[in-house]
Design a protein around this ligand. Structure first.
Ligand code: PMP
Length: 437
């Protein structure tokens, strides 16, 4: 409680107690806090420092917004250069937003045009509305386990308890039943579950929205038949296919997961890593769809005071230019991810723990369940209590990971093989004590 925290001597606990007086719960996004460290005060490269001076190797990476490491010099310099010139004018066009759109459309295979937003949620909200306007249809399909932001059309059915999975499992109060009824839930990697929704709702589905790799439940990697089948099915049924690449975009490949799998969506959303920590996101697609926005004379409202602002645009331009100039970034982070996964699997096997390291590229997750894990149904076998214990003990040892069971962790340009090996050594110790408990 606040009173308990205020009595503590730790600087982090005191700051959190002060926060709780003026910010509900003390944090500005509900999943930011599950225990110590209560407050972080500095971040550089692969490390963050808490209010009490403890350093943590950071795999949390601001939920994946950090890709090049904290305070990447290339990005910070671009932001510094942007400040003091043109701040925000709200009239006409500015050079940085054009440069960013040019870079993104050159980089993302399915993108001919893009709009800039400030957050991934805004980008997916625009994608959903655009697909309804273009098709004249009301319904959206999302997958159990996919997260696409906090707005009404998508804020449901992410990490659901078994009795709520696939049913109506809103993440929030205040969502109208009509909104909940307008989003249908399918099973990832199961094309038949999507086909069944088309059979039940012919000519009423505007779009299927998916994380190409659902990293909001760790890492379910799609089978080739599944993505190719979805592409064919949505086209045949006159719906749009939306890839929500807010996590995968720029992180797994410069052109996102679509570049890796070779299947092109109609619309793509991205955010997080594209600005290496600065607020920016976007929606891209072909001109024939994007010109439905009111800025081009269409009927889909495009508005946003901060959209395309010069400072966020500068951060994103610098991030993308860094990635273009360092193609070895992907080789390196993928190799470190492979090293982490192999090490975690080996530790579990050696210690007789039912664990499975999952992931893709520099993203890794540890499930406390036997493989194979292909879809959400398999994730229901996860031993959540084991993960919670693992997470707490890794934090105590100075490794910051996502606090939620079934979430992923991120390797950035600033992480080294030595960091990974040190993590594996600690993980092995922690797993041994979990087994011995
Ligand atoms: N889509 C995905 C795949 C995400 O992971 C997130 C954020 N976790 C969002 C959308 C929403 O982005 P934001 O938090 O920037 O609104």
């Amino acid at each position: 409680t606040t009173a308990d925290l205020a009595g503590q001597t730790s600087a982090g606990a005191r700051l959190l107690a002060a926060a709780r007086a003026v910010i509900p719960g003390g944090v500005n996004s509900a999943t930011r806090l599950v225990g110590p460290p209560h407050a972080l005060t500095a971040a550089s490269g692969a490390y963050v420092t808490d209010a009490d001076g403890r350093r943590y190797l950071d795999y949390h990476a601001a939920f994946g917004a950090i890709l090049l490491g904290h305070a990447a010099p290339e990005v910070d310099e671009a932001v510094r250069a942007a400040v003091g010139g043109l701040d925000l004018v709200g009239w006409g066009v500015t050079e940085p937003e054009v440069e960013l759109a040019r870079l993104v459309t050159e980089t993302i295979p399915s993108a001919e045009q893009m709009i800039s937003t400030m957050s991934g949620s805004e980008a997916t909200a625009q994608a959903v509305r655009l697909s309804r306007a273009v098709t004249g249809r009301p319904l959206i399909v999302k997958f159990q386990g996919g997260f696409h932001g906090w707005h009404d059309a998508v804020a449901r059915n992410v990490i659901s308890a078994p009795d709520r999975a696939y049913g109506s499992d809103p993440l929030s109060g205040g969502i109208l039943p009509e909104a909940l009824g307008s989003t249908l839930i399918a099973e990832f990697n199961d094309l038949d579950s999507v086909r069944a929704l088309y059979e039940a709702h012919p000519d009423r589905i505007a779009a299927v929205i998916m994380e190409p790799i659902p990293h909001n439940v760790g890492a379910l990697v799609p089978s080739r038949e599944f993505v190719e089948g979805l592409r064919a099915l949505t086209t045949e049924r006159g719906s749009l296919l939306i890839f929500d690449e807010v996590i995968t975009g720029f992180r797994h490949a410069l052109g996102g997961y679509q570049q890796i799998c070779g299947v092109l969506p109609d619309l793509t959303t991205f955010g997080k890593a594209m600005g290496n920590g600065y607020p920016i996101a976007g929606l891209a697609g072909p001109r024939r769809l994007m010109e439905h926005f009111s800025s081009a004379g269409g009927d889909v409202l495009l508005a946003g005071t901060f959209n395309g602002n010069p400072v966020s645009s500068a951060a994103a331009i610098a991030t993308i230019e860094y990635l273009r100039g360092h193609p070895d970034f992907y080789e390196r982070t993928h190799a470190l991810g492979d090293r982490m996964r192999a090490g975690l699997d080996a530790a579990c096997a050696e210690l007789g723990i039912a664990g499975t390291a999952a992931g893709f590229g520099g993203v890794f997750a540890l499930y406390f369940a036997e493989s194979p894990i292909r879809g959400y149904r398999d994730l229901m076998r996860n031993d959540d209590a084991a993960y919670v214990a693992f997470h707490r003990r890794m934090t105590e040892r100075g490794f910051l990971m996502l606090p939620l069971t079934l979430k992923r962790n991120h390797i950035s340009a600033a992480h080294t093989a030595e960091d990974v090996d040190r993590t594996l050594e600690a993980a092995r110790d922690v797993l041994r004590t979990i087994r011995d408990d």
